[in-house]
Design a protein around this ligand. Structure first.
Ligand code: SAM
Ligand code: SF4
Length: 451
């Protein structure tokens, strides 16, 4: 008995010392949800090697910036962030600083040359063995090999608590849109097995998540040994305890009737929302972008989707000012927007990216025209978003409860299948409940259900 007590007190003294010896890591994530997921995978790997997650760079032994290269602006942000972090490196030379993800792939040599204090440069397929790189005494380590096979199977991401768990189901892209750097930074398409994805989905739900969002650069190009995306959706829909299933981003080329049949069959478990990137409305621009569809094909797709799921919320991505885009071409984009009336849209000015086909095209739309087009497009989208929100008033919707509303302790918030925030009275609802309520008002980007 005395010995057990002594051992216990010894443990109490040794444990804090052991803890203080453990290395701490800090990850800052930029760009898309795929990067968020990759950061969770990395956190899982590091924790399995006894690193502890830190929530500030000041007390970390390892700082990782998980980067994005899709637009030039995203890269500039990282350059200035590295400049800010340099003072930590000056104060603590043992601190390891890493640039990982798409920018590491794209700009490895530039980074090492202009910021020699960066120690680690890892591309998106090089995270599995990060612990070995961290053990190395070398001043600089660069691994940006792209893999035909790496899908991070068998690794479980260290997720923060919440409602939604992201699950990456495929990586890379074979589409080569002429403006896009992704095929060069993330390599060719490859998919995980359906079994491994279902296992991760079930584990996430068992760990307390209620919703799953499947991720991939072209999520619906999923193809594992001939088994396609609709089959995967059917398999995940059977996961015990799952309340809602989403996916992003599908490519219009691979959206077909079979996919919509699955939506209709598993409604409301599979959210009635599809992100359908348009990029441009003019056939000339779509062809130059290598988007593989015409305006007519895209609009027919929208009709087909609404035929199967009449209340499907559609969102999109649009680029203005692609090389050669005339005012008439731009009007075609507005025409499509007026037809579809998207729930929301991510809108971008064209940004030339190295390696891409469009890099060699004349970036001949002036900055002034790009800005004017973007402003007009955003104004039109605002009008459509408002109309879509107003349309909801009087309708009953399914809401996945998230938690307390920040504005009032008497109210809670949740999300509709179309990802809209709804505020409603607290009553006896709990987070992760799926409830049905009538929408009574719409203001800004929130819906209200107050009676
Ligand atoms: N795979 C998705 C698809 O096919 O639409 C999109 C993934 S991409 C990383 C995200 C969005 O960034 C694109 O839909 C596009 O609108 C935008 N984007 C990509 N490259 C761009 C560029 N060079 N300039 C401006 N926007 C760009
Ligand atoms: Fe980029 Fe096109 Fe691939 Fe989407 S489909 S990631 S826009 S190349």
């Amino acid at each position: 008995m005395i010995w057990t007590h002594r051992l216990f007190f010894l443990f109490l003294h040794i444990y804090p010392i052991f803890k203080s010896m453990q290395k701490r890591f800090y990850i800052e994530t930029y760009g898309c949800q795929m990067n968020e997921y990759d950061s969770e995978i990395l956190a899982g790997i590091l924790q399995s090697h006894d690193f502890i997650l830190s929530d500030s760079p000041e007390d970390a032994d390892l700082i990782l910036l998980n980067t994005c290269s899709v637009r030039e602006h995203a890269e500039q942000k990282i350059h200035s962030r590295l400049g800010e972090l340099k003072h930590l490196k000056d104060k603590r030379p043992d601190l390891k600083l890493g640039v990982i993800g798409c920018m590491a792939q794209n700009l490895k040599n530039d980074i090492i040359k202009s910021k020699p204090y960066v120690n680690l440069i890892l591309g998106p397929d090089s995270y599995r063995h990060i612990d070995e790189y961290l053990d190395s005494e070398k001043k600089h380590i660069i691994d940006t090999k792209l893999s035909k096979y790496e899908v991070y199977n068998g690794l479980f991401p260290a997720r923060k608590e919440g409602i939604n768990a992201w699950i990456s189901i495929m990586r890379g892209c074979n589409k080569f849109c002429s403006y896009c750097i992704v095929p060069y930074t993330r390599g060719r398409e490859r998919s995980r097995s359906i079994e491994s994805i279902v296992e991760e989905a079930q584990k996430s739900i068992d760990n307390g998540f209620a919703e799953i969002t499947l991720l991939g650069q072209n999520v619906n190009s999923f193809d594992h040994e001939g088994r396609k995306f609709p089959e995967l959706l059917r398999a995940i829909a059977k996961v015990d305890g799952l309340k809602r299933l989403r996916y992003t981003s599908p490519h219009p080329q691979d959206v077909d009737e079979e996919l919509m049949r699955v939506h209709a069959e598993f409604k409301p478990l599979i959210a009635n929302h599809i992100h359908l990137p348009l990029q441009a409305g003019s056939d000339n621009v779509l062809k130059a972008m290598n988007r593989t569809y015409t305006q007519e094909h895209y609009l027919k797709l929208v009709d087909m989707i609404r035929n199967f799921v009449p209340d499907m919320g559609i969102t999109t991505d649009i680029i203005v000012g692609f090389p050669g885009e005339t005012e008439e071409d731009f009007r075609e984009t507005l025409k499509v927007m007026n037809y579809v009336k998207y729930n929301s849209a991510y809108t971008f000015k064209y940004s030339p990216r190295p390696y891409t086909k469009a890099w060699n095209m004349d970036d001949n739309v002036s900055e002034e025209d790009k800005s004017a087009r973007l402003t007009e497009l955003i104004a039109l989208q605002k009008k459509h978003t408002l109309e879509r929100y107003r349309d909801m008033i009087g309708k009953e919707v399914e809401i996945l409860v998230e938690g307390r509303s920040k504005k009032s302790p008497e109210e809670m918030k949740g999300r509709t299948a179309c990802n809209k925030i709804v505020i409603f009275p607290k009553l006896d609802y709990k987070p992760k409940d799926m409830i049905k309520r009538k929408i009574t008002d719409a203001q800004g980007v929130s819906l209200f259900s107050r009676s």
